[in-house]
Design a protein around this ligand. Structure first.
Ligand code: NAD
Ligand code: UDP
Ligand code: UDP
Length: 361
């Protein structure tokens, strides 16, 4: 849908090649806007935006938001930041820089352009919460020096910056606190619970339950989340947030595992492993604010949202197998050269690696 030029906005999406950013980009383009995606491809992938190759209203720039950015846009969604624990703990200093220096640069850009800017914050600002469900006025229970702190405290500082740019410079800001979101285009090796369990179930490998599996999360399907973000951006300028965006249906991690096993007809067994440090015991958003101000609430139940998610990972596995088969054929033809050639995907450490830098393309 192409809009009339006057009502078409030029929107900057930082982190636009990531999981959420690429879905947001699709949504904005479908509304007729132009999208400029700025991403350093640390955890994102060109594959996520490949389908936009011939879209004249879409533009990609490879850029790290810890560095200044000079572009002309009407609106900014700041999503750039690794989101899964193994990715953000890979280079924790860079994670804090992305949240803090990145926020300063994007806020400086919004200040020069006098444009609206939305921050993708997170339920992690509540840490391991002592209030349940979490309301926006709860200040959280966060370890400032732990393994998750680079992400949690970075995001908390970014919220502070957004509010200070608003108070000090009158900037039009919006802050969304996003709870666990899942769906197609999640990275297969990001270590998050949905991607891990689905990949394990589809391969009949053990399902890795950390701790007792009794800890809880609330899972929001990506389409619902994106709708919430866009509604927040379009809300009246007096409404800043922070506002919780997530699905209030709460599940134990074991319940999630059993549902995924059911939907995939998997023969995988449950394997109990130690709980990572500072892993929150329970998490569920109170979404009363989003309901009343944005008239928003999720509509996709977990069982329904898992269907397209499982389909996504199934097709990923098929592609990996096809590539492995093609590489094996070449390997057989060159069989005398090496017993375990590094260039066969199966033999590469990067295939299931948790080093995200090796996966950026
Ligand atoms: P993702 O890792 O798929 O996407 C993040 C994107 O940011 C990637 O494309 C990555 O390459 C890019 N990026 C990272 N550092 C950058 C930098 N310095 N400069 C430019 N680009 C950079 O993660 P996601 O799940 O799509 O998360 C998007 C945003 O939403 C993040 O800010 C995250 O904190 C927030 N969030 C996500 C969830 C969730 O469940 N998915 C929950 C809470 C908050
Ligand atoms: N900035 C940017 N693009 C712009 C304007 C500013 O990246 O179009 C960056 C700039 O590098 C600066 C940061 O945003 O470091 C904060 O800008 P601000 O105007 O708030 O502060 P100052 O420039 O006074 O440090
Ligand atoms: N988890 C798990 N097995 C896995 C991955 C995660 O049991 O293979 C648990 C993890 O300990 C946490 C929950 O699932 O309690 C959600 O983890 P995720 O990393 O997806 O998100 P976050 O902890 O940031 O909410």
């Amino acid at each position: 849908m192409a809009r009339l030029y006057e009502s078409r906005k030029r929107v900057l999406v930082t982190g636009g090649a990531g999981f959420l950013g690429s879905h947001l980009t699709d949504k904005l383009l479908s509304q007729g806007h132009e999208v400029l995606c700025a991403d350093n491809l640390f955890t994102g992938s060109k594959r996520n935006i490949d389908h936009l190759h011939n879209e004249p209203r879409f533009e990609f720039i490879r850029h790290d938001i810890t560095l200044p950015l000079f572009v002309e846009v009407d609106e900014i969604y700041n999503l750039a930041c690794p989101a899964s624990p193994i990715h953000y703990q890979h280079d924790p200093v860079q994670t804090t820089k992305t949240s803090v220096h990145g926020a300063i640069n994007m806020l400086g850009l919004a200040k020069r352009l006098k444009c609206r800017i939305l921050q993708a914050s997170t339920s992690e600002v509540y840490g391991d919460p002592t209030v349940h469900p979490q309301t926006e006025n709860y200040w959280g229970n966060v370890n400032p020096i732990g393994l998750r702190s680079c992400y949690d405290e970075g995001k908390r500082c970014a919220e502070t910056l957004f509010f200070d740019y608003h108070r000090q410079h009158g900037l039009d800001v919006k802050v969304a606190r996003i709870f666990n979101t899942y769906g197609p285009r999640m990275h297969q090796a990001d270590g998050r619970v949905v991607s891990n369990f689905v990949m394990q179930a589809l391969r009949d490998k053990p399902i890795t339950l950390y701790g007792t599996g009794k800890q809880t999360r609330s899972f929001c399907y990506v389409d619902d989340l994106i709708e919430g973000l866009v509604r927040l951006m379009e809300s009246p300028s007096g409404f800043i947030g922070p506002v919780n965006l997530g699905n209030p249906d709460e599940f134990s991690i074991k319940e999630l595992a059993l549902e995924i096993l059911r939907q995939t007809n998997s023969r995988s067994e449950l394997q109990f492993l130690p709980l990572p440090a500072d892993d929150p015991k329970q998490r569920r958003p109170d979404i009363a604010l989003a309901k009343s101000v944005l008239n928003w609430q999720p509509v996709v139940p977990l069982a329904d949202g898992l269907l397209p998610t499982i389909a996504h990972f199934t097709s990923l596995i098929r592609n990996i197998s096809a590539q492995t088969f093609a590489a094996s054929k070449i390997a057989i033809e060159a069989s005398t050269k090496s017993e375990s050639p590094e260039w066969i995907p199966e033999n590469r450490a990067s295939d299931d690696t948790h080093d995200p830098r090796k996966q950026a393309d």
